[in-house]
Design a protein around this ligand. Structure first.
Ligand SMILES: [Zn+2]
Length: 165
């Protein structure tokens, strides 16, 4: 039992090493959501803690390698990234099972995670003191989505979501 657990931890670490190395080599800037300390303190049950620990480990690796490769690694405020419309900024609440973002104000429609990723991206750019890069093609992925990671082309900015499975 203990051995099986160690094997899983090692696999997660291997996977995180691969992704973080790839990210800092491929991109000039990587934006990640900061851990939500409030919800972490409120969290009941072990699952949430494990997920946060994995995310913390991922960010630690990413920041270390960002230093080595000269890649900006920026943690941004995570609150509201799902609710906020990436186009007009109007907030609308959605339940966890609603996978689409459909803005009641401007009509912008996209995937829930894509909308959140765009918000993280905008927050990251403003942290770096840059405006929204109108002319720069930008791709967004979540860290767990290896299929998407493999399809990524030559964009220079990436945002990662969460490592939840
Ligand atoms: Zn909108």
């Amino acid at each position: 039992m203990a051995k099986a657990k160690r094997d899983i931890h090692r696999k997660v670490l291997d996977y995180q090493h691969k992704i973080t190395t790839w990210l800092v080599k491929e991109y000039d800037a990587v934006f990640v959501e900061d851990l939500n300390v409030q919800s972490m303190l409120r969290a009941d049950g072990n699952g949430r803690n494990k997920q946060d620990a994995a995310w913390r480990q991922f960010i630690t690796l990413l920041e270390y390698k960002g230093d080595v490769y000269g890649t900006h690694v920026v943690q941004v405020e995570a609150a509201g990234t799902t609710k906020e419309c990436a186009v007009c900024g109007v907030e609308s609440s959605k339940s966890i099972w609603v996978r689409e973002h459909s803005c009641p104000s401007c009509g912008f429609e996209t995937d829930r995670d894509a909308n959140a990723a765009m918000n993280v991206l905008q927050r990251g750019f403003s942290e770096l003191g840059l405006g929204w890069p109108e002319s720069t093609p930008v791709e967004t992925v979540t860290a767990t989505d290896t299929a998407d990671l493999q399809q990524m082309s030559a964009s220079h900015v990436i945002e990662t979501g969460s490592l939840s499975t």
